[in-house]
Design a protein around this ligand. Structure first.
Ligand code: SF4
Length: 714
């Protein structure tokens, strides 16, 4: 029997592997459909220059042979009919979609001519360099912007994870990630790794099987819930109160880390007296989480040393008071002495492109080719002083305001990559502003309705058609080569940057030399080179990279103004903002606007992940789309029954700002009086949109920072 089984297995494996006569080659690639950390390794089966199949690369320690539902549809992504296949120049009116195909030289020359004229007339700062998705070209676009003389390198991070990152850095100066394998307890706050980080889930499940305790925090039932010991389902927008309630329990029961708090923090006394009011019963009243369950979670997290905190990129900060809420929950890490501890939130510096590999590179030096002082103030610098102090970018939120007002100087052009005007709060406002530009270039893989507004559209290729250098957190590195020829005339994003730079910043010696030379320069301190990386098409493990020590603050202090963890933020205090992580109700909620809640009784959140979609990137692909063909609203069956709604009905979903039509999906994963997980960007950020509608002028600093501390928009 065992012999038969063995033979059978061997035969089936033989049948699967491409034999020499099949003409099929397995080539190494990476998936870049989602954000920079996964970038799962892919085996692309290529025959006659066409990808016929993809599989997860087994040797890649990050995804270890797996692909998520999005990556599995990579062929559909690479060969989709909506790909832009040649450079396009606008013929008709803005947004009409009337373009003419031109040669690359014509497109580059026209762009250089228009941009050069605007630089001559209005200064280099009047041109915004913007990076949306994907993110791999960002260091090169930033260098291009600064070499050109513009301080206005902006990214979608202005409306994304930068808020959460800033909140944690206001407390600690830097933030660490949990180590699943070494933690005894994991507090997962508004994060669903089963859908958003499938490669990491394997390690999480393994740790769970070894006895890791999991506390899940978030209103929805998720795949993680089945693995969680405790699930705290708070009312959306009340994370700050819940965290302060947990802080209160931990302090009152004297289970906080006294030694860490006494030696390495400032503002503890103020924090302690502030959280006193967040008694378990008061916290329950605000959050809806039972006092007993919250107390239990606080005790488990504080006592199970070491314990890690895993937060989402933006679920907690997409609310009014988001930054302060996120500060409150990340303060629990220091309070319990889990900062930069083995099994706690361990700090590994990012080597290149946000990946905490521990490899030392020159990315920062490369990007910032000109000091800020030599350039004009960044867009939004006077209005967003805290942002500009902490994030080396312009504040993209302010771009449409400055286009419209021309103050303090005009913004007249945008060189954009993967621009999506729906990333902005008030998408219509952004679209209107884009239409006012004297020149708008958008580079994208697909024709989008933002690209339709551009004067010039340039076709980018996918990760299968270009080379890319990539580190992984597991200290693994890869250099990919194209596995197929670029489709049509599409080109790598970085090639496009270097071609534009050759016309607009010919004085920059590194940009003149191209992608490989730039990567060599960036990697020089790590002792790595492109020539060496190319010898290993499947990538390799970096044996010489030493893991950073734990508790690095004991030697160098914290990178905060005080050199300690700050329960009271020096930066916020200096900016005239509340230094404590104070809780405020969401701007619209049953508590803050009870009258409004009579007309709008359900609480809506949007943006929670589904496994087959990320933002708007895979909606057009047949496999992911077949799993949810229409925009759907998840609603509790009891809430649906009260309204006479049945599964699959088209319903009108109304918020104070407007209505959209979606199909109803009746599901118990959504609590009562809560309509969650709407997969559309159309109704995101209602609070800010309303602010825009109610105020014709942007407020002055520091009022704006005060508002932003309440909103989620850093
Ligand atoms: S998680 Fe999925 S979409 Fe993201 S890189 Fe991996 S396979 Fe691609």
């Amino acid at each position: 029997m065992s012999t038969y089984q063995k033979q059978s297995t061997t035969e089936s494996v033989k049948g699967k592997l491409p034999t020499p006569g099949s003409g099929i080659e397995i080539k190494k690639a990476i998936c870049s459909i989602c954000n920079p950390i996964p970038h799962c390794g892919i085996d692309a089966y290529v025959k006659d220059g066409v990808i016929i199949k993809v599989e997860g690369a087994r040797e890649n320690p990050h995804n270890a042979g797996t692909l998520c539902a999005k990556g599995a549809a990579s062929r559909q992504y690479a060969y989709h009919k909506d790909h832009i296949l040649s450079p396009l120049v606008r013929k008709g009116s803005r947004g009409s979609g009337d373009f003419e195909a031109v040669s690359w030289d014509e497109a580059f020359d026209l762009t250089a001519d228009r941009v050069e004229r605007i630089r001559r007339d209005s200064g280099p700062e009047s041109i915004v360099f913007y990076a949306g998705y994907p993110k791999w070209m960002r260091p090169f676009l930033k260098r291009f912007a600064h070499s050109f003389g513009s301080p206005n390198y902006c990214t979608e991070s202005s409306t994304c994870s930068a808020a959460a990152s800033m909140a944690a850095r206001l407390n600690y100066g830097v933030m660490g990630r949990p180590q699943f394998s070494k933690a005894k307890c994991l507090l997962v706050w508004s994060n669903n790794p089963f859908y958003s980080n499938t490669a990491a889930v394997r390690k999480l499940v393994e740790a769970r099987e070894r006895g890791l305790k999991i506390i899940e925090v978030g209103p929805l039932v998720t795949p993680l819930t089945a693995h969680a010991d405790i699930h705290l389902r708070m009312r959306p927008g009340t994370s700050g109160a819940l965290a302060l309630g947990m802080g209160n329990v931990i302090i009152e029961e004297d289970i906080y880390d006294r030694k860490f708090v006494e030696n390495w923090t400032i503002g503890f006394d103020e924090f302690r007296s502030y959280v006193k009011q967040f008694t378990p019963s008061f916290t329950e009243e605000i959050t809806g989480v039972s006092a007993g369950l919250m107390q239990k979670a606080a005790r488990v997290y504080a006592k199970a040393k070491p314990a890690g905190l895993l937060t989402g990129a933006n679920a907690t900060v997409y609310h009014t008071n988001g930054v302060q809420n996120h500060r409150a929950l990340t303060a629990l890490v220091g309070l319990t002495g889990n900062f930069d501890q083995e099994g706690g939130n361990y700090v590994v510096p990012p080597g290149y492109l946000y990946v905490p590999s521990g490899v030392v590179t020159r990315q920062d030096e490369f990007e910032q080719s000109r000091p800020w002082e030599e350039m004009a103030p960044r867009v939004g610098q006077d209005l967003y002083p805290v942002w500009c102090k902490m994030v080396p970018q312009g504040q993209a939120i302010h771009v449409p305001f400055q286009i419209k007002s021309g103050r303090p100087y005009p913004i007249r052009a945008m060189i954009g990559f993967g621009v999506n005007h729906r990333m902005w709060p008030g998408p219509d406002f952004m679209a209107e502003s884009l239409s006012m530009l004297d020149f708008f270039l958008d580079v994208d893989i697909f024709m989008t309705d933002t690209a339709r507004m551009a004067d010039v559209v340039l076709p980018a290729c996918t990760s299968f058609e270009r080379s890319e250098h990539k580190f992984y957190p597991e200290r693994y590195v890869i250099w990919t080569s194209p596995v197929i020829e670029p489709l049509g005339e599409s080109r790598s994003d970085t090639d496009i940057i270097f071609e534009l730079a050759s016309r607009l910043t010919p004085h920059d010696p590194l940009l003149r030399e191209g992608y490989e030379a730039c990567i060599d320069w960036i990697l020089e301190p790590a002792g790595l080179s492109v020539a060496e990386l190319k010898k290993y098409p499947a990538g390799y493990s970096l044996k010489d990279v030493r893991k950073p020590e734990y508790r690095k603050y004991e030697k160098g202090g914290f990178p905060t103004p005080s050199g300690k963890m700050e329960f009271t933020s020096s930066i916020l205090k200096e900016a005239g903002l509340d230094p404590l992580p104070l809780y405020e109700e969401p701007k619209y909620s049953p508590r803050s606007t009870p009258e409004l809640s009579k007309d709008f009784p359900l609480i809506l959140t949007s943006g929670a992940r589904l496994p087959m979609f990320i933002h708007s990137r895979t909606f057009r692909l047949p496999w992911p789309r077949s799993l949810r063909p229409d925009p759907m609203l998840d609603i509790n069956p009891k809430d649906a029954a009260q309204r006479g709604i049945k599964q699959g009905d088209w319903v009108s979903l109304s918020a104070p700002r407007g209505s959209i039509n979606v199909r109803a999906n009746l599901t118990q994963i959504v609590p009562l009086q809560y309509a969650g997980r709407l997969k559309t960007a159309m109704v995101r950020r209602l609070d800010w949109c309303d602010y825009l509608r109610d105020h014709e002028e942007m407020p002055e600093a520091p009022e704006l920072d005060r508002i932003l501390a309440r909103f989620y928009l850093w």
